[in-house]
Design a binder for this molecule. Structure first.
Ligand code: GLU
Length: 304
């Protein structure tokens, strides 16, 4: 099926029906993005590509990289990882404290900020040069050497990192952060600052549609069972306190970021990325959500 025409039809419907949202303004550098940007790219397991709009422009993937950090930590730590972080939906915002105190510093899941800070701590314990080795891992997934951090965005986030600093210090007090808190935060901000195009991001995530095998290199990234579990975590926890709504309307595992990107996986078929920077009050891309709802409904591609 050629999706290019459908993409442009759905994009015009989204453009006329979705009211404006708000760019994430708590990270000063993210405010500089043009709010009207809109891109979509789908890569399928036959390595066919379909796209629309600004699909080849780099944007800040933010929390979407939490999935990639989880994959690497899960590879290294195995099932022991679940002693440090849970797999339950949070029903609270991405940077919330409320459950962390009650749960003795164990985050509900790896895809909220507290969980990704613990995952960052795990990676620092395993890697000699965490930033370099994590980036090399992401490049290997995408088969693309041009992917990089944005020091400009990482440093900008660091300058307003009050909530993340509070989260990590609370977890440190419970003994769930093993390394220096500043070192962990620095690594966390860099991994959130990775920039990719819609095309690069959909290629990077394609292994999760392929039962854990990198289609470009034929290397197994995760076992089939672990790939299933990562997809399950995305299904339940990928959209903060809007994960149920995403599941209900789109019906695919996915992950959003406050840069306005969303990735969604249709197992055994495709990986799709939509980017539109204006967010709703939950921190998810307004147009991105609507686009995916219309696309999966029209194509009847859902895991349910
Ligand atoms: N770097 C962002 C933060 O820590 C990520 C949030 C997101 O994309 O959900 O606040």
């Amino acid at each position: 099926m050629n999706y290019n025409t459908l993409f442009s039809e759905i994009a015009s419907e989204v453009e006329t029906t979705v009211s404006p949202g708000k760019i994430a303004d708590y990270i000063p550098e993210l405010c500089k993005v043009n709010p009207n940007k809109f891109g979509v790219h789908l890569t399928n397991l036959n390595q066919e590509h379909f796209e629309f709009g600004d699909a080849n422009e780099k944007f800040s993937i933010q929390s979407i990289s939490k999935v990639l950090a989880l994959v690497l930590a899960y590879k290294m730590e195995g099932e022991n990882l679940w002693n440090r972080v849970g797999v339950e939906p949070s029903e609270t915002p991405f940077n919330s404290f409320v459950q962390l105190e009650n749960n003795n510093g164990i985050p509900r899941n790896p895809l909220i900020n507290s969980g990704a800070l613990v995952i960052s701590d795990v990676l620092i314990s395993h890697l000699k040069n965490p930033k370099k080795e994590f980036l090399a891992f992401v490049k290997s997934l995408s088969n693309n050497k041009s992917i990089n951090y944005s020091a400009r965005i990482a440093e900008s986030e660091k300058s307003t990192s009050f909530r993340n600093a509070a989260l990590i210090n609370l977890m440190k007090s419970f003994g769930n952060i093993k390394n220096d808190v500043n070192e962990v935060m620095d690594f966390y901000f860099y991994l959130c600052s990775i920039e990719m195009t819609c095309k690069e991001l959909s290629e990077t995530f394609l292994f999760l549609a392929n039962y854990g095998v990198n289609i470009f290199t034929n290397e197994r990234v995760l076992s089939t069972s672990k790939a299933k579990r990562v997809n399950a975590i995305m299904q339940l926890c990928g959209f903060y306190d809007e994960a149920g709504d995403f599941s209900f309307k789109v019906g695919l595992p996915g992950k959003s970021g406050v840069g306005g990107g969303i990735v969604a996986i249709y197992p055994n078929n495709y990986s799709i990325v939509v980017w539109s920077p204006e967010l709703n009050e939950k921190g998810n891309s307004k147009k991105g959500l609507k686009f995916l709802e219309l696309f999966t409904t029209e194509t009847e591609t859902s895991i349910f």
